[in-house]
Design a protein around this ligand. Structure first.
Ligand SMILES: [Zn+2]
Length: 308
């Protein structure tokens, strides 16, 4: 098999087990460009079967999230809006791809953006429309028409079989000088348990360099943040160019980095030891939103952020 980014055929094995099912799942790093990927990449039909059986259960199911999940999603959405604001992006037409239950679309709309979402699961999109009165269309990336000033796409790229093509599609949906804000799990983090890293649903595992390289034909990097996941803000290029591949030094550094990842690092540097305490603190905070209406939970989150 060939690397989806650079077409090289030499790989180094990283993992051979799905964290969820413990079944065999081969994940390797391309020795030339460093892109970590499943071998082989599942086909569109295989993915369809997998998602309809294993992911979000059924795409037609009704979706009723728990209060604590809305509370968490609301706070994450506010951090993402803050990331945009810190980059002087405070208004404009915004499309959120993979909008889920609509928390980000609702809050972005409340905080200055003209926001729309698109979400493949009808249960989620209907929930967002009904509960928050925001616009979330049922569909996939290829169903989108029109152009936007900003597109946000959180935790979608790791699921897509062809990231370079997806960046091309997103570029065609942006206005001149449009911005793209992508968030994916960061493979170099020391904050994830080694038992909980490689999943059948995740086809790719990105570094800053490999994600930027997948985008490089159509986008320039504006800003990167790896404080939890990998957040990257990209600026649409006027004209597409050739792919800018990661250099050999960064590939060698990644190979060493992945070799060092393990339990010791997670427990001591990644604060894995503090997780049980953090869990209790979180449960107490989240108990306060029990029986509060979904929209009210999100509105309160905004008020909390606006406090001096
Ligand atoms: Zn490669």
């Amino acid at each position: 098999m060939k690397c989806i980014l650079c077409e090289n055929k030499k790989f180094k094995k990283i993992s051979s087990k799905d964290a969820r099912s413990s079944e065999y799942l081969l994940v390797s790093m391309c020795c030339n460009c460093g892109l970590v990927q499943q071998n082989s990449i599942p086909s569109h039909d295989e993915l369809k079967v997998y998602y309809s059986h294993n992911y979000r259960k059924n795409y037609k199911n009704t979706y009723i999230p728990k209060s604590k999940h809305i509370f968490r999603a609301g706070n994450i959405a506010l951090q993402r809006i803050q990331f945009l604001n810190n980059s002087n992006i405070t208004e404009g037409t915004l499309l959120d791809v993979g909008a889920g239950g609509g928390e980000f679309v609702y809050l972005a709309g409340k905080l200055g953006f003209e926001s729309t979402g698109i979400e493949p699961s009808i249960g989620y999109s209907e929930y967002a429309n009904y509960e928050y009165g925001c616009k979330v269309i049922t569909g996939e990336l290829n169903d989108i028409a029109g152009t936007y000033d900003i597109i946000t796409i959180f935790h979608v790229f790791e699921h897509l079989p062809s990231p370079v093509k997806a960046f091309g599609k997103l570029h065609s949906l942006l206005n001149t000088n449009g911005k793209l804000f992508v968030e994916v799990p960061w493979i170099e983090t020391n904050d994830a348990s080694p038992h909980n890293t490689y999943f059948k649903a995740h086809i790719f595992y990105f570094t800053v360099n490999t994600l930027a390289s997948c985008a490089s034909q159509y986008f320039d990097v504006v800003k990167v943040d790896t404080s939890s996941n990998l957040k990257i803000l990209l600026q649409a290029r006027m004209e597409p160019t050739s792919i800018n591949f990661p250099d050999t030094e960064s590939v060698n550094r990644l190979r060493k980095r992945l070799y060092r990842k393990g339990w010791l690092e997670y427990l001591f540097q990644g604060k894995g030891l503090l997780k049980p305490v953090n869990k209790i603190v979180r449960a107490i905070t989240e108990s306060r939103v029990k029986n509060v209406k979904p929209k009210k939970i999100l509105d309160r989150a905004v008020e909390g952020v606006n406090k001096p």
